[in-house]
Design a protein around this ligand. Structure first.
Ligand code: AMP
Length: 299
């Protein structure tokens, strides 16, 4: 049974970083998030692809135990084209082709409707809200967003955030959404909208958690082989949601652990293009790096 529903894009990405290029590779917020979550629980994706989407990727999702019955097939897959300069914290978008997303009518399969956990990856906030409305009684909703949707649909986005328990976004997006350079102020504004917690991802500099009037700062991992940060935000969110769905514990202490698991999976993700590294790692690798994270924090 699907325990965690993951909504977002399943995409074909073309990108360039200072360390190489990739053309039409698997990407999308739901792809990264579901693969990251699959280390902890059984996710099911809700999304749309096109007839041009390679079947091998669907086979891979299924091999990871990810339910794909919520992925419908439209005309053409969502495509994102971008590049990174030496500051790998910021993706520069060259082109976003919404394609089949433009006329997408969200349909959550019956078999997902009793899921208790929901992760809303980057996607049109109007569609994110439709997914929330179609799940019967989720115990918690975690959502992510990004600059594209803040620019295009800010009012709708603020309405959708009000339905979430945990909001995850990055530092630039937090500043942009709440019109302030101060991350603590932005987090406090966001806390007025959600019921539980706000997490601000700071790329290679770690992440901040604001929850129950407490503040936790997760360290960054000293990465030697950084190739492509695409999907780090989504794999952070997916692993965080997967860990919380597995442990069913929304205490502040457990959310701290989830933030570290999110950071662990995101750090692996950046070691290769697309899902190259996530394909290779095992839960044993995650545990090893989780313990390294603990050691980094000790003083
Ligand atoms: P991130 O985790 O923020 O690096 O997200 C990277 C992924 O987001 C890429 O694989 C893209 O396919 C996907 N993406 C890019 N633009 C959008 C968008 N506007 N909405 C949803 N997903 C997007």
């Amino acid at each position: 049974m699907v325990n965690l529903v993951i909504f977002g894009t399943v995409a074909l990405d073309s990108l360039e970083t200072p360390f190489g290029k990739a053309n039409s590779v698997l990407g999308g917020s739901a792809s990264y998030a579901s693969i990251a979550a699959s280390f902890f629980t059984k996710p099911g994706i809700v999304s749309i692809i096109g007839k041009d989407f390679p079947k091998e990727h669907i086979d891979f999702f299924n091999k990871k135990g990810i339910d794909t019955s919520g992925i419908i097939v439209g005309e053409k897959t969502f495509r994102w084209q971008g590049y990174y300069e030496y500051d790998m914290n910021e993706a520069k978008t060259i082109k976003t082709e919404l394609n089949s997303l433009e006329s997408y009518k969200v349909k959550v399969p019956e078999s997902y409707k009793n899921a208790k956990y929901l992760f809303l990856g980057n996607m049109d906030p109007g569609l994110q809200l439709e997914v929330i409305n179609q799940i019967k009684k989720p115990d918690f909703v975690i959502m992510d967003t990004m600059n594209f949707w803040i620019q295009q649909k800010k009012e709708q986005l603020l309405k959708t955030i009000k339905k979430a328990d945990i909001l995850v976004f990055n530092d630039g997006e937090a500043r942009q959404l709440f019109n302030t350079p101060n991350l603590v102020k932005a987090a406090n504004e966001a806390l007025k909208l959600v019921s539980k917690a706000v997490i601000i991802k700071k790329g290679e500099h770690g992440a901040l958690l604001f929850c129950d009037k407490k503040h936790f700062s997760a360290p960054s991992y000293p990465m030697e082989s950084l190739k492509d940060p695409t999907g780090c935000g989504d794999s952070f969110g997916g692993a965080l949601a997967g860990y919380l769905a597995k442990t069913k514990d929304l205490s502040e202490k457990n959310i701290r652990k989830a933030v570290i698991y999110g950071s662990v999976v995101a750090s692996f993700n950046a070691e290769d293009f697309s899902i190259g590294r996530l394909k290779q790692i095992t839960n044993k690798d995650l545990e090893k790096r989780y313990n390294e994270f603990k050691a980094i924090r000790e003083f």
